[in-house]
Write a protein that binds this ligand. Structure first.
Ligand code: NAP
Length: 259
C-alpha cells in the first residue's frame, strides 16, 4: 500500500533504538525524510546511517535529551517545518507507591507528559497553517490496564492521554490527526532489562523470565519494533485522516477489554 506521504518531513523523538527506531524505519520506507533524535550520539549516528542507506531518504540526527527545553529546541531548530511528529522517550523506573518523591514525579511528568505536550505545542501551529499533520505519541498499554509497579509511568501517561483527548479534537478540523500508540511487551532493550530484573528478583534464568512473560500474552510472543513501526506509519499516512484521538493497543491481546 502506498501510504501517500513520500517527501514529507518527520521528527522522530527517542528513535535510535527500539520502538522509536521501528517507527523511523517504517516512515523512511514510506519515503519520509527524518529528523532523528536520541541522547547517545554514536548509536544515533549508526541508526541514521542504517536508515538512510536502506531507504534513500534524508536522515538528520540530533543528539539531545528530548525531556529538556534545550534538547527540544535543538531538535526543533534542526527540523524547521515538519508534517509528522512521533513523540517518544524512555520510561520511568518501576517501584512501590511509597518510593517516589515529588522530584521523581516531576521527572516522570517531564519525560512522559510535558515533553510530548511541548513538542506538540511547537509543531501544531505550522501543521494547522498548512492544513495537514500527523502526531503519534508512544505511550503504553498501562494507559488501558495500569501496571501496579509502574506508578510513575501510569501517572504521567494518563496525563498525556487526557491532553491528547481534547487537543486531537481541537485540531482535527484543520487536517491534523493526533493518536496514541499503546505498546504491550515488545522485544527491545527495555523489555530485556525488565526480563533481567524479573530473573534476578525471582532467581530464575532470563530465558525463563521471558517465557513466563510471553505466556501472559495470548499471541504467546513479544511484539516486534517492525510491527509497531508499521502501525505508526499507517497512522501517519493519508489513509488515516478519519482516525482522531484514539488509543490503539498493540499488545498481542494481553489487555482483555471489549471496547
Ligand atoms: P528502548 O529500546 O530502551 O529505546 C529507547 C530509545 O529512546 C533509545 O533510542 C534511547 O536512546 C532513546 N531515549 C531514551 N530517553 C531519551 C531522552 N530523554 N531523550 C532522547 N532520547 C531518549 O525503549 P523502547 O522499548 O523502545 O520503549 C520506548 C517507550 O515505550 C518507553 O517510554 C517505554 O517505557 C514504552 N514502552 C515500551 C514497552 C516495551 O515492551 N518495549 C512496553 C510499554 C511501553 P538514548 O538512550 O541514547 O537516548
Amino acid at each position: 500500500m502506498d501510504l501517500g506521504i513520500r517527501g514529507k518531513r518527520a521528527i522522530v523523538c527517542a528513535g535510535s533504538k527500539g520502538l522509536g527506531r521501528g517507527c523511523a524505519m517504517a516512515l523512511a520506507e514510506a519515503g519520509v525524510d527524518l529528523i532523528l533524535n536520541a541522547r547517545g550520539a554514536d548509536a544515533l549516528a549508526a541508526a541514521a546511517n542504517d536508515i538512510a542507506a536502506a531507504t534513500g531518504v534524508s536522515v538528520t540526527p540530533v543528539a539531545a535529551d528530548i525531556t529538556t527545553a534545550e534538547g527540544r529546541a535543538a531538535v526543533l531548530d534542526a527540523a524547521g517545518e515538519v508534517d509528522i511528529l512521533v513523540n517518544n522517550a524512555g520510561g520511568p523506573p518501576p517501584g512501590m507507591w511509597s518510593d517516589w518523591s515529588r522530584e521523581d514525579f516531576i521527572a516522570a511528568l517531564d519525560a512522559n507528559m510535558l515533553a510530548p505536550i511541548a513538542m506538540m505545542q511547537a509543531v501544531l501551529p505550522g501543521m494547522i497553517d498548512r492544513g495537514w499533520g500527523r502526531v503519534v505519541n508512544i505511550t503504553s498499554q498501562s494507559v488501558r490496564a495500569p501496571i501496579a509497579t509502574l506508578g510513575l509511568s501510569n501517572s504521567a501517561r494518563m496525563g498525556l492521554t487526557g491532553f491528547v483527548a481534547g487537543t486531537a479534537r481541537q485540531v482535527a478540523p484543520n487536517g491534523v490527526n493526533i493518536n496514541n500508540l499503546l505498546p504491550g511487551i515488545h522485544a527491545t532493550d527495555r523489555a530485556e532489562s525488565l526480563d533481567a530484573r524479573m530473573a534476578q528478583s525471582e532467581g530464575i534464568s532470563v530465558e525463563e523470565a521471558r517465557a513466563r512473560r510471553s505466556a501472559t500474552i495470548p499471541a504467546r510472543r513479544y511484539g516486534s519494533s517492525e510491527e509497531f513501526g508499521a502501525m505508526c506509519a499507517f497512522l501517519c499516512s493519508t489513509h488515516a485522516g478519519f482516525i482522531v484521538g484514539q488509543n490503539i493497543l498493540l499488545d498481542g491481546g494481553a489487555c482483555n477489554i471489549s471496547v
